[in-house]
Design a protein around this ligand. Structure first.
Ligand code: SF4
Length: 693
């Protein structure tokens, strides 16, 4: 029972969980949140919300929050609470000392997709202008960086093409490697409404996700591919479109590079890519795949929505480019109801990428080697910038083990918990001399930290988040930071302790700096967002009202580019020692690793992860529904409660077995796929497959 008081006032802000970007009214009694009510004017949610967002404030006041900075000489020492002054001075001194002994490039940092655009911008600015290198990376490295690369190469911009409203105009939808019902519930509701009105659905996913068959919805086709064969399936769909003459020649001639199309068409037309030739590899019946390709090419407005089941792969970028090929082949770009739409996992993963978090790109996706771009920032920041790309997270960890990378600043990201190879991350962190963690709770990465700086929640700061449709929403402070400072202020303290001399007094000034340096944000300001409710980038002189749909008259890069997508088998193979494949997924009531949602009232709906395992695999191992089972892989181990279900396929990828008596009995327990082989990644639902980066 939740006691509700009477609110004295309300403030509109944006959910800090998934990439839908729902807006809420935080109804307040003084500085206490009474409840969160979905805001009817929110352009991403139109007054709706999911169970996560409605209870999103609970973790702000949870007893586990760390509110005072802590330091320790060694990770085997106990933590010692200190003042902010002492913690910041300690961190700055250790980082500068490491640079003095090991060189400018011996330190770096990781930005957070949970923090605001302004906070992310300041972290990468600190790394580039104060640390003096490009050793910045982001948690998107383990989720949607293939989207950035793949869509950037095909279309010229690293973002989805549509707004969510576009789904109202779609006729046939591909959902690939995503489980919107659980991971993006408010968007899923809109999609289901459209499907109930007659739009056709093709699901590409090894699991029988909710969308395949739910009340009043039945997918026209469920391509239950074997994990790891995404590229082969997408290329085979394109094979059917090309060889059966179903492609949109007029669109391709006008909008795409015709020579590259011809080269690509020759590649996909090869008989080795036919559904019949790839059936054994992908596990998808050839007739089903042909029918799905025909439906997508001829069924009217075609849109593609995908998630981490596409991107969290060794061939993630290739699959994204294959999806872009499919959209261009069928002329499904540049108008309502079509397009390529990555469903971003975290609230601000789009924004963290836009803000220059990657080691090779300054804000606005401009390569660090571009003299003209560096010149803009050098003039404003008053420093000379490195023109060599920096280290990615994995490279930082490797370099730490080798002894050349010695210090790391991690803001709002638990890399030990959420990155793929736990042993690899632990080894890298353990080898460093100074790890600074800034977070709400003592997370697992903090086990290897020397400095812990308390983080602030979205309710304690001003700023902006950018959702999956490039919509920049305001985040508004509803209470004083319980830890004393918003995250952007902490970054400024650290930067200044290392000699920066920054004087920001409000995040609006940071957004003004972003607008002054980044062409796609040139027209964005807090005033404009407050006036309009939100705005979608690009927003500049050419698009003063923002851009709901991209590539309307031409692609950002000029002509759309078809890219050959050769399938390469993953290195992650089953064998006698590790006979089963594990994929990961999401559950409705929890967000990512659960650090926030497990500390809110909605945790009562689902308090632990489960292992979904097929009845056949369970039976041969003597596992019964509800048993606690231990999983071990090459990367780590864990234990989980078993949920025996035929929603997942059995080992070996056999399909179409008769349903077990357990199927569908406990619908809320849908998390993990089969067994044993892969690292414990916190992936998104869906085509989840061998996960490698
Ligand atoms: Fe909306 Fe996502 Fe928050 Fe749910 S978790 S309220 S769908 S932004």
């Amino acid at each position: 029972v939740i006691e509700l008081g009477t609110p004295s006032h309300s403030i509109v802000t944006t959910c800090a969980y998934c990439g839908v970007g729902c807006q809420f009214e935080a109804e307040m009694q003084g500085e206490t949140v009474v409840r969160m009510t979905p805001w009817k004017h929110g352009k991403a949610n139109h007054g709706h919300s999911c169970v996560k967002g409605r209870f999103a404030w609970g973790y702000t006041t949870h007893k586990d929050r760390i509110l005072n900075p802590m330091i320790r000489e060694s990770i085997t020492d106990p933590w010692r609470e200190v003042s902010w002054d002492e913690a910041i001075t300690y961190a700055a001194t250790r980082l500068r000392d490491l640079q003095g002994r090991h060189g400018t490039k011996a330190i770096g940092g990781i930005t957070s997709s949970r923090c605001t655009n302004e906070e992310t911008y300041l972290v990468q600015k600190m790394i580039r202008a104060v640390f003096g290198n490009n050793n910045t990376d982001t948690c998107a490295r383990v989720c949607h960086s293939p989207t950035g690369y793949g869509l950037g190469r095909a279309f010229g911009t690293s973002a989805g093409t549509q707004d969510f409203d576009s789904v109202e105009h779609t006729d046939v939808v591909i959902v690939m490697g995503a489980n919107p019902t659980d991971a993006h519930p408010v968007f899923a509701s809109r999609l289901k409404q459209r499907l109930r009105k007659g739009a056709k659905l093709i699901v590409i996913d090894p699991r029988r996700i909710d969308l395949v068959r739910s009340p009043h919805i039945k997918a026209a086709h469920h391509l239950a591919l074997k994990p790891g064969t995404n590229v082969a399936v997408v290329t085979s769909l394109a094979h059917v479109v090309v060889t059966e003459g179903l492609f949109d020649e007029a669109f391709i001639r006008e909008r795409c590079d015709w020579d590259e199309f011809q080269h690509y068409a020759e590649f996909v037309a090869d008989p080795r890519h036919s559904p019949e030739a790839t059936e054994a590899l992908t596990g998808v019946p050839a007739a089903e795949l042909r029918a799905a390709a025909r439906l997508f090419a001829t069924g009217g407005n075609g849109s593609i929505y995908y998630g981490l089941g596409v991107t969290e792969h060794s061939q993630g970028s290739t699959t994204v480019m294959g999806i872009a090929n499919l959209a261009m082949l069928t002329g499904n770009i540049g108008r309502p109801g079509v397009g390529v739409n990555p469903l971003r996992g975290q609230n601000n993963v789009q924004g963290s990428c836009d803000m220059g978090s990657f080691p090779h790109e300054l804000p606005g996706y401009r390569h660090v080697s571009q003299d003209a771009t560096r010149d803009v920032f050098e003039k404003l920041w008053g420093t000379v910038l490195d023109k060599e790309p920096g280290l990615r997270i994995n490279n930082m960890l490797d370099a730490a083990v080798e002894g050349t990378f010695r210090g790391l600043y991690v803001q709002g990201e638990d890399i030990l918990q959420s990155d793929p190879d736990t042993r690899h991350v632990a080894a890298g962190l353990a080898a460093m001399d100074c790890v600074i963690v800034q977070d709400l709770f003592l997370n697992e990465t903090a086990n290897y930290a020397h400095v812990f700086l308390p983080g602030s929640t979205f309710l304690e700061k001003d700023g902006t988040f950018t959702n999956a449709e490039r919509r920049i929403n305001r985040v508004r402070k509803v209470m004083t930071p319980k830890n004393g400072y918003a995250d952007w202020e902490v970054t400024q303290l650290l930067a200044n302790a290392m000699g920066a001399g920054w004087t920001y007094t409000h995040p609006a000034q940071v957004m003004d700096e972003i607008a002054a340096t980044t062409p796609t944000f040139a027209g964005v300001s807090f005033d404009l967002i407050d006036e309009k409710g939100s705005v979608q980038w690009p927003c500049n002189e050419l698009h003063p009202e923002g851009t709901p749909i991209m590539h309307v008259d031409g692609f950002v890069r000029g002509k759309g580019r078809f890219i050959v997508t050769e399938y390469v088998a993953t290195d992650e193979k089953t064998g006698p020692r590790f006979p089963l494949l594990l994929t990961t997924g999401r559950i409705l009531s929890q967000y990512n690793v659960g650090a926030q949602t497990r500390r809110t009232s909605n945790m009562v709906w689902h308090d632990q992860d489960v292992l979904e395992i097929h009845p056949h695999d369970a039976e041969v191992r003597g596992i019964k529904d509800g048993d606690r089972v231990r999983l071990a892989s090459r990367s780590g181990e864990t234990s989980l409660r078993a949920f025996v279900t035929d929603r997942v396929s059995p080992a070996g990828g056999l399909h179409h077995l008769p349903p077990s008596g357990h199927a569908g009995q406990r619908r809320h327990h849908r998390l993990l796929g089969l067994g044993d082989q892969l690292p414990g990644i916190q992936g998104d639902g869906g085509a989840g497959a061998p996960l490698q980066r």
